[in-house]
Ligand binder design. Structure first.
Ligand SMILES: [Zn+2]
Ligand SMILES: [Zn+2]
Length: 261
């Protein structure tokens, strides 16, 4: 019973997450060009033609840029909720009817031997949602692109073996930085992105003894740095006596395939 994953790419320039069991291969989001997506698959030695499907979190271009392209190229089914379908249909190009599937918010769908549960997040898209994956008693939670981590979300994601968790910005860097105020307000607001500090605080509530690894994800390239994100989150966890491995993600380089053990 094994569950393996790689964060293929993470950040505002494009997001893609790959997870597999021995039988099943799933992709979440395809936010880079078709060419870049192919390169990422190459680097983790996965053949995209073997995917069972692509799950979509929301219609922002950093999550769907290459979606239509690779779905057509490899004839893959796409899963998204109806509002996301409506919002993205104009920008992903033509798909055949048998590639379009609805995955409702707060639904559990089973793909072979992986159970996938979706949950809604507060973010400025039509109906954004993220996913928890379960297989053989293991649990992996993918949580990015959200303004804040609600109690409801915490309940859904608590006690996972591994997290891919948004640590978007350092609040000080964002406030001091060159972004116009309207953009700063969007990022800091309830439907924007989670800061390093909020990431650390939310993790202290959801981590338990099962938790081995956390990947800090969707880092802002202007308002954050890998070291700063890791140190900020680490400090918050340490203050509360929590020791867990923190790992970086990268906008263009996949993380090594991690076997949830
Ligand atoms: Zn995003
Ligand atoms: Zn987004």
């Amino acid at each position: 019973m094994t569950l393996r994953f790689s964060v293929l790419a993470s950040g505002s320039t494009g997001n893609a997450f790959y997870i597999e069991s021995n039988k099943e291969k799933l992709l979440v989001d395809a936010g880079l060009s078709g060419k870049q997506m192919d390169k990422l698959f190459d680097e983790v030695q996965v053949s995209p033609a073997d995917l069972s499907g692509i799950l979509v979190t929301h219609e922002h271009s950093d999550h769907i840029k290459g979606l239509g392209i690779i779905a057509r190229k490899y004839n893959l089914p796409i899963y998204a909720n109806q509002k996301t379908w409506n919002a993205m249909e104009g920008s992903i190009g033509k798909l055949s009817l048998d590639q379009k599937f609805v995955f409702n918010m707060e639904e559990v769908k089973t793909f072979g031997d992986i159970d996938v549960e979706s949950f809604g997040v507060s973010h400025d898209a039509a109906e954004p949602m993220f996913y928890v994956f379960r297989h053989g008693g293991k649990k992996v939670a993918l949580v990015t692109d959200l303004g804040y981590v609600s109690e409801r979300i915490k309940k859904t994601i608590e006690g996972a073996d591994a997290y891919v968790f948004e640590s978007n910005h350092d609040v000080g860097m964002l406030r001091m930085g060159r972004y116009p105020w309207s953009v700063k307000r969007r990022i800091l607001g309830d439907s924007g992105h989670v800061s390093n500090e909020d990431c650390g605080l939310a993790l202290t509530d959801v981590i338990d003894n099962n938790t081995k690894r956390i990947y800090l994800a969707h880092l802002s390239k202007d308002n954050n740095m890998k070291d700063l994100a890791r140190m900020s989150v680490d400090n918050i966890l340490r203050e509360r006596g929590i020791e867990v491995e923190l790992h970086d993600t990268d906008p263009l380089m996949p993380t090594g395939m991690y076997e949830v053990g």
